[in-house]
Design a protein around this ligand. Structure first.
Ligand code: FAD
Ligand code: NAI
Length: 475
């Protein structure tokens, strides 16, 4: 006997579970299918983000930063730490506990919102007058009929051709978050978000980290001035970043991995690592969905084809998050999930792609929203720029964390904020003010005239806005 629902969501990551909650809030009968298993084989909803992405990486970033600070930064504050040692099993176990708290939180939210959760793999069976039929294959098998389906099946790490992940020596994000002993020599291919975050974690814990990046520019999507500052700081910290390399043969031995590559000068190089993380982007996950059964169209790269409303090629089938175009970010997936649930209810769900913030959780953090200088130049937009260094911010000095700056880009004529770029302490939190300002189409002058608490890092935001008209007060 099939079970009937108004809305069935396939995937319980940030896109899927949030879509399910919003649909339930709007009065629909909702089911969510997710196949992720915890170590005991039980359900672990939350997707990549909760299990092997945002949450565990931030747990390890925090722990490794504490370790590094205890190692030297505390001394400046007059705190002498003697006999410092690393308890990596405890650090990893804490990370696992944080993940489990989030898994359990989502299961609780399903119950609270009367969402029926199915633990298993969801696949399309057929689409006819009675609705869209899906199968769930898990401990028990189920048949579901849905009026509307939301696909939120996420993404997987992209492997280098000929070098599959074994998660022992060749690591994706999954293995990178669970290395049992600090590797002496850690190689990372790809100086993107994962490469820099994971490289930072293991460097802080004692690994000698080499990051090999294919492109000649560092962090090409980031404002050039900020990327330059980041490169300088990360190199000073000891991350060995090599740009413009061409990766050749990778050979896995019993105890090490050898990477042959050609460096930016064109010279052949060979590097030997104890572990190798490959972080060269992610691919959409539609494995096992049986998309053909309902004629669901995928694009040439395997993303579910959707319009700007997240409608797929099949009526009443929607798709959100990493499995569709746009940035692969948890908060983008969530916004799409909410918007789709509201559209199903006949409301006007809204996602503003121009104000989706980006954060790289290195130290210092990098965060931005809107356009960067090179994009504005390329588009021929006349703009004004203003920046303010954390070195001139009292709170940053008190924290002992003065690297970086806040930078504003505003329209030369109207003063509307076009982009805000931050590298520095708590950039991930500071960027929210810029996001709100841009949503309300504020001018730099608006931020410059708002009272900001003293002493706070947010004063650097106000000062950068003042600097747009060359009126910074403290610099
Ligand atoms: P996912 O989170 O991938 O969830 C998809 C779910 O669907 C999974 O549980 C999967 O098992 C399930 N599934 C797939 N197919 C089926 C099926 N047929 N049946 C049943 N279940 C299925 N983003 C940020 O915004 N901030 C960060 O700090 C951040 N850090 C990251 C760190 C790392 C190391 C990685 C890898 C990613 C990070 N991301 C971060 C990106 C973020 O994790 C993704 O953008 C986000 O998880 C996408 O959400 P989603 O719901 O689309 O997919
Ligand atoms: P990425 O797209 O951020 O970076 C991949 C890097 O690998 C790029 O610099 C690219 O030029 C390089 N590269 C690609 N092919 C290569 C090759 N053959 N040889 C050498 N270099 C090569 O992808 P990443 O780091 O894998 O992360 C995937 C996605 O996950 C991110 O784009 C982001 O959407 C998400 N994520 C978000 C985080 C956050 O919000 N803080 C943290 C981690 C991941």
């Amino acid at each position: 006997m099939s079970k009937n629902f108004d809305v069935v969501v396939i995937g319980g990551g940030p896109g899927g579970y949030i879509a399910a909650i919003r649909a339930a809030q709007l009065g629909f009968s909702v089911a969510c299918i997710d196949e992720w298993k915890n170590a005991a084989g039980g359900p672990a909803p939350g997707g990549t983000c909760t299990n092997v992405g945002c949450i565990p990486s931030k747990a390890l970033l925090q722990s490794s930063e504490h370790f590094e600070h205890a190692g030297h930064a505390f001394a400046e504050h007059g705190i002498d730490v003697k006999g410092l040692s690393l308890n990596l099993p405890q650090m990893l176990s804490r990370k696992d506990t944080v993940v489990k708290q989030n898994n359990d939180g989502i299961l609780y939210l399903f119950k609270k919102n009367k969402i029926t959760f199915f633990h298993g793999r969801g696949a399309f069976v057929k689409n006819d007058a009675s609705g869209i039929e899906l199968s769930v294959t898990g401990k028990t098998n189920e048949s579901l009929i849905a009026k509307q389906v939301v696909i939120a099946t996420g993404s997987n790490a992209r492997a280098l051709p000929g070098t599959p992940f074994d998660e022992k020596m060749i690591l994706s994000n999954t293995g990178a978050l669970a290395i049992g002993a600090v590797p002496k020599r850690l190689g990372v291919i790809g100086a993107g978000v994962i490469g820099l975050e994971m490289g930072s974690v293991w460097r802080r814990l004692g690994a000698e980290v080499t990051v090999l990046e294919g492109l000649p520019t560092f962090l090409g999507a980031v404002d050039e001035q900020i990327a330059k500052e980041a490169f300088k700081l990360f190199t000073k910290q000891g991350l060995g970043i090599q740009l413009g390399v061409k990766i050749g043969t990778i050979t896995t031995g019993k105890k090490d991995v050898t990477v042959e590559y050609v460096d930016a000068k064109g010279d052949a190089q060979k590097a030997v690592f104890d572990k190798l993380i490959i972080s060269i982007g992610r691919t959409p996950n539609t494995i096992g969905l049986n998309a053909e059964a309902i004629g669901l169209k995928l694009d040439e790269r395997g993303f579910v084809q959707v319009d700007d409303q997240c409608k797929s090629s099949v009526t009443n089938v929607w798709a959100v998050g990493d499995v569709v175009r746009g940035p692969m970010l948890a908060h983008k997936a969530e916004e799409e999930g909410v918007a789709v649930a509201e559209r199903i209810a006949g409301q006007h769900g809204h996602v503003n792609f121009n104000t989706v913030p980006w954060v790289i959780y290195t130290s210092p953090e990098i965060a931005w929203v809107g356009k960067n200088e090179q994009e504005l130049k390329a588009a021929g937009v006349a703009y004004k720029a203003g920046s303010f260094p954390f070195l001139a911010n009292g709170r940053a000095r008190a924290l002992g964390d003065t690297n970086g700056m806040v930078k504003f880009l505003a329209d030369a004529k109207t003063d509307e904020i076009l982009g805000v770029h931050i590298i520095g302490p708590s950039a991930s939190e500071l960027i929210s003010e810029a996001v709100v300002a841009m949503e309300f189409r504020a001018s730099a002058e608006d931020i410059a005239r708002i009272c900001h608490a003293h002493p706070s890092l947010s004063e650097a935001t106000k000062e950068a806005a003042l600097a747009v008209d060359k009126r910074a007060l403290n610099f």
